[in-house]
Design a binder for this molecule. Structure first.
Ligand code: HEM
Length: 396
């Protein structure tokens, strides 16, 4: 249970929280959860921020109106490089960084695009995309890097289909988004260039859809009128970035977990448990207090940054029994891997289908899939905002 009461002497811990050789989520998270109040850390820029680790407290932070998502507020946490993510003031429509009521207009316009029904209608297209990747992989030999060859292209191709990018442009789109999210193997300059090229492409796509509307998300949003065309580019960039590496990391990590827990390979419940178990977006839901506020008995002053750690919340033993066990038979639905409250992930219905199709088709087509390196030799992304793998060598 969350200890409460005035905490005058909070613990201070080192950042980064992810370290080579230490499993993720770090065992230290359990220690933070058991301390009264909150824990402090210093980010690379020297700023002090509060870490929130208990499930109940993470949800309280993410629903508190005195706490903002707007990175323009003084004190907003800067946890490190988020590959090619544009600054909000350079890109209107970046609504994940807005608060209510400004945020509501965008959210309301986007919700109908991501309903269970709408996503169900996309399933055949997702299946075709996944099958095509597998055809290419199988034609190329009996080894692959499942990150580069499978996990990264799938979400990018799915998002380009969602946006109505014509099939002939999807390779361009996929190659640019790949540069954008690869912190290794590309320079900052290359990432900035890729970001600009995509933004330019997206603006062109919007003008084309203005003239020749089709049955796609961009045309529908233009017809709806709630979002102005100049804001729409930011919205589309957000969809692209928010849904790319997050999904790819879950696909790749999930494959490793299924290979090491093969009894769950053909069980669709593995999707929800993978989301909880890996919690790749541990450092994503960043916030800042805009008024003094009390969280778990700790006074957080206006202007202080807050980092709700969703991996810590998703491994809170007061909510999930034996949290470090991968057990798809548990009820994982109350996890906060997609955040919580008004900014909770818009793409979650889509991701669930993408992950399910990605696992099912992979193991159907390649039943003898094996890791080509020992599990403890896998290149973990310790240095990026999202938890994931740099590469995943496999053979069959
Ligand atoms: C928001 C995680 C995939 C679109 C979020 C947030 C999290 C998250 C934690 C909350 C951010 C916050 O609180 O500040 C994930 C994970 C994914 C995933 C783990 C994959 C497994 C996607 C996909 C899309 C998407 C595929 C769309 C194509 C968005 C958008 C928001 C968001 C638009 C902002 C919502 C708002 O501010 O109202 N996501 N996401 N995400 N996600 Fe996802």
């Amino acid at each position: 249970a969350a200890p409460a009461g005035d905490v005058t002497d909070p613990a201070v811990v080192d950042f980064p929280l992810r370290q080579p050789g230490v499993p993720f989520p770090p065992p230290d998270y359990a220690d933070y959860r058991n301390r009264p109040g909150l824990v402090l850390t210093h980010l690379p820029d020297g700023k002090r921020v509060w870490l929130v680790t208990r499930h109940e407290d993470v949800r309280a932070v993410l629903t508190n109106p005195k706490i903002s998502s707007n990175p323009e507020h003084e004190g907003f946490p800067n946890v490190g490089e988020t590959a090619g993510v544009p600054k909000q003031d350079q890109i209107p429509g970046w609504f994940v960084g807005m608060d209510s009521p400004e945020h509501d207009r965008f959210r309301k316009a986007l919700i109908p695009e991501f309903t269970v029904r709408r996503v169900r209608a996309m399933r055949p297209a997702i299946e075709r995309t996944v099958e095509a990747r597998l055809d290419e992989m199988l034609a190329a030999g009996n080894t692959a890097d499942l990150v580069a060859d499978y996990a990264l292209p799938i979400p990018s191709l799915v998002i380009s289909a969602l946006l109505g990018v014509p099939p002939t442009d999807r390779d361009f789109f996929e190659s640019r988004t790949r540069v954008l999210v690869s912190l290794r193997g590309s320079t900052e300059e290359q990432r900035m260039t890729a970001g600009k090229e995509l933004l330019r492409y997206i603006s062109r796509l919007i003008s084309i859809k203005e003239k020749w509307p089709g049955d796609d998300l961009v045309s529908r949003l233009l017809a709806n009128g709630a979002i102005a065309p100049h804001e729409l580019s930011g919205v589309l960039m957000l969809l692209l970035i928010a849904g790319h590496e997050t999904t790819a990391n879950n696909i790749a990590l999930g494959v490793v977990t299924l290979l090491t827990h093969p009894q769950w390979i053909h069980d669709d419940r593995a999707v929800e448990e993978t989301l909880r178990f890996h919690s790749v977006a541990d450092l994503v839901s960043l916030r800042v207090a805009v008024e003094d506020v009390e969280i778990a008995g700790q006074l957080v002053k206006a202007g202080e940054g807050i980092v709700p750690l969703v991996a810590a919340a998703n491994h809170d033993e007061s909510v999930f029994e034996c949290p470090h066990q991968f057990d798809p038979s548990r009820s994982a639905r109350s996890h906060v891997a997609f955040g919580y409250g008004v900014h909770q992930c818009l793409g979650q219905n889509l991701v669930r289908v993408e992950m399910e199709v990605a696992y099912r088709k992979l193991f159907e087509r390649i039943p003898n899939l094996q890791l080509d390196v020992p599990v403890d030799g896998l290149g973990i992304k310790y240095d990026s905002v999202l938890y994931g793998l740099h590469e995943l060598p496999v053979r069959w």
